[in-house]
Ligand binder design. Sequence first.
Ligand code: HEC
Length: 415
Amino acid sequence: MVIVPIEAAKLFYIFFEWIEFLVRWLHVIAGIAWIGSSFYFIALDLSLQNKKDMPKQAHGEAWQVHGGGFYQIIKYLVAPEKMPSQLTWFKWEAYGTWISGFLLLILVYYLSADLYMIEIEKFDLTKFEAISISLIGIILGWVLYNFICKKTVNKNNNVLAIFILFIFTIFSWLYFQVFSYRGAYMQIGSMLGTIMVANVLMIIIPGQKKVVKSLLENKKPDAIHGITAKQRSLHNNYLTLPVIFIMISNHYPTIYATEYSWIIISLIIIVGALIRQFFNIKHSGKKPPYLIWIPITIIVLFSVYLSDIGKPNLSSAKKNAELIIQKIPKTLVVASEEIIISKCSMCHAKEPLWENMKHSPKQINLENIKDIVQNIDSIYSQAVMSYAMPPGNITFLENSERKTLYDLYNFLKRL
Ligand code: HEC
């Protein structure tokens, strides 16, 4: 075994955390910019009104007020008669989101595929196999979706929606059979996110480029580009909420890591679409369908129920931790237990003593050495490599005590 010098290992840990965090930062910002502009344009589109004195080729007009000024916006369908002298494109929001998202997928999931993607009890994959299966799915998802959309453009959108939902339920089930819970969840999020970005990159923007080209050549642009772009941007609109749900769910184990999590994905796709439907109708100036919140609530409650019945069955608990504990030096056991009992257990206990705290935060119990061993990785990131815990150092955890927890961590890692 190669033992990396401790100082170098610490530096690398911090460096790597920073890189991952900076990419995540970019991803969230690009995502906000993309979704923001997408919500804005959908709402704008729905608020357009047909007025008499509009220019030729104009489809509708809207007035808006923002930041101290009034805006008069006119939409041309498919395009104005002549190419305007200045034109703003909206594409880097989408591309930036995908590029940073894919980087994150590599940094968090592919590099630690053994931790976050592979579950030996389900399938004993190598890292390479797991990454390949993930990449194939991301490509296949888009190819299938694109094929179906091309076959059904101009046809009934509801049938298409149900079909896409059906296919993704199957994908979701399949990936839950081969990947770990967390890996499977992120896989479906990546597949849906890729479809959204590919819609922009492969369909919407190329269509608009062709329209621009026709205008420059003084030809009449083909209306089909407008129609396909509309179909795809409508899909993106409905997929936005479910994709964000999946992306942030990995902080909530009861959502992604229970037996029926694969069904929850499909249910959330429905919930996300229904919520968008509510706002789309509201933004078009019609009376919003308030009753739609009834099925939304029922489906969410049903998902909560699925989380509950899908959680692990504790009666078959293993005794692994006990074997490890026997190997730890007695003094280290006593010192670590003393620290967590005096500095953590008032909150992290089955029955916390902290005022108004009903359950141990994040379901992390820290009451004895067994609990510590089970949670050593989180303790390391929360209380050794950072000051995140105790919150506001409310129980005055000393640096020397952090060092003891660090010694225990090192000991366990070298077992
Ligand atoms: C005053 C109450 C309190 C004390 C004392 C406390 N914690 Fe926490 N801990 C919390 C809360 C609240 C959260 C949930 C934070 C959140 O929601 O992100 C938490 C979360 C955690 C988590 C999970 C973090 C995550 O997001 O995965 C770990 C691990 C943890 N604490 C370890 C410790 C350790 C180790 C100590 C003692 C050195 C400690 N805590 C002391 C309140 C406390």
